[in-house]
Design a protein around this ligand. Structure first.
Ligand SMILES: O=C(O)CCC(=O)C(=O)O
Ligand SMILES: [Fe+2]
Length: 355
């Protein structure tokens, strides 16, 4: 199935659009697609393929460093919410969540995810983007950034790409709110000063390039909406709401948006957090072959950004979603508290794998 690509240009510049009705139609398409598929491809004129390339070039250089050099940026005491997360730390939810295991076994064989056997063999870097709250009950989620040595361009590259992707998410969040019949700023007003994270994964395809290797086991993202620029190596598959598995192809210059658990909360399950996994597939091994021949890096870098609801804001079904028959499943909870609970399940905050 091809996911539609939504061009954000007419929304960003209404003078170039063909009127209010057309705008409303596109906003409905955004909310409907998020709710039916959990994913959306967008094109934002502010986020160019060159910006994405510059970011990936720098991250390849970072991940290519020896492990002990990268480990200098490791901050387990801050729940890995800044700096590097080495391979073998993050646990895919499907490994520890029995309910999820039951659910995935009920999927038709061809749609079942690969079974992860342990923590993910991917590295990750977490970089906070955007203003931080001056006071918060959740200090660790809003910590000072960590900058690796030897990368004078680090801050500028991360902040530029990060804020461009946040701008794209904000446009989509406004369009989705309009499409859902909520005030335009229903989501963006509670995203302000959220602990948004530019969180690229780095996977060593030289060491782990065998077809079937699971880099990121079947999971959902715990944040609001996730946005990915294009990776140089395919491998990400998503599950549509109807249980169908789709290998994602992000066209050049486009961005992929996925629903996280926080939008599920705010819409009382009208959107559900999109399930996904990253696995070395035939398309990945083809890309590995091509990269080796051209002497390019064999680190697979994802261009992932997790947008969040502000830690001190309350997650609860918004507007008419509070009347939904499913609203009871989504009781009010402080976003920061919710994030801390979820982080402990995936082993980023102490007590490994407890639900
Ligand atoms: O590596 C990727 O492409 C995405 C990884 C992922 O799902 C995540 O970081 O949550
Ligand atoms: Fe994910």
């Amino acid at each position: 199935m091809e996911l539609p690509v939504i061009d954000l240009q007419p929304y960003l510049d209404p003078s170039s659009s063909s009127g209010d009705d057309e705008m409303k139609r596109v906003c409905s398409e955004v909310s409907r697609t998020l709710s039916e598929t959990g994913a959306l491809l967008v094109k934002d004129p502010r986020c160019s393929a060159q910006d994405n390339d510059r970011f990936i070039d720098m991250m390849e250089k970072y991940f290519e460093q020896p492990d002990e050099v990268k480990r200098l940026q490791e901050r387990p005491n801050l729940h890995y919410q800044v700096g590097v997360t080495p391979e073998g730390v993050e646990v895919p939810r499907s490994l520890v969540d029995e309910e999820m295991q039951k659910k995935l076994k009920s999927l038709p064989k061809e749609c079942q995810p690969l079974t992860p056997t342990g923590p993910d063999p991917k590295w990750r870097y977490m970089w906070r983007v955007g203003p931080r709250p001056s006071t918060t009950r959740f200090q660790e989620l809003n910590s000072e950034p960590v900058i690796p040595e030897g990368f004078p361009e680090w801050k500028e590259t991360m902040d530029t790409w990060g804020s461009k992707m946040i701008a794209a998410i904000e446009a989509v969040a406004e369009m989705a709110a309009i499409g859902f019949g909520l005030p335009k700023d229903a989501f963006t007003s509670i995203m302000k000063q959220g602990p948004h994270l530019l969180a690229p994964t780095g996977s060593n395809l030289q060491r782990h390039g065998k077809e079937g290797t699971v880099f990121a086991g079947y999971h959902y993202d715990l944040n609001f909406l996730t946005i990915h620029g294009r990776s140089r190596f395919p491998g990400l598959s998503i599950w549509l709401r109807n249980g169908k598995k789709v290998e994602v192809k992000v066209p050049v210059g486009c961005l992929l948006i996925q629903t996280g658990k926080q939008i599920e909360w705010l819409t009382a399950g009208d959107c559900i957090a999109g399930m996904h996994e990253v696995v070395v597939t035939k398309r990945t091994t083809d890309a590995i072959k091509a990269a080796s021949e051209e002497n390019r890096s064999l680190w697979r870098v994802s261009s992932t950004l997790f947008s969040h609801i502000a830690s001190d804001a309350v997650l609860k079904p918004l507007g008419h979603f509070s009347q939904s028959p499913l609203a009871d499943k989504y009781p009010p909870i402080c976003a920061g508290e919710f994030v801390e609970q979820e982080l402990s399940v995936i082993n980023l905050k102490g007590n490994k794998g407890e639900l």
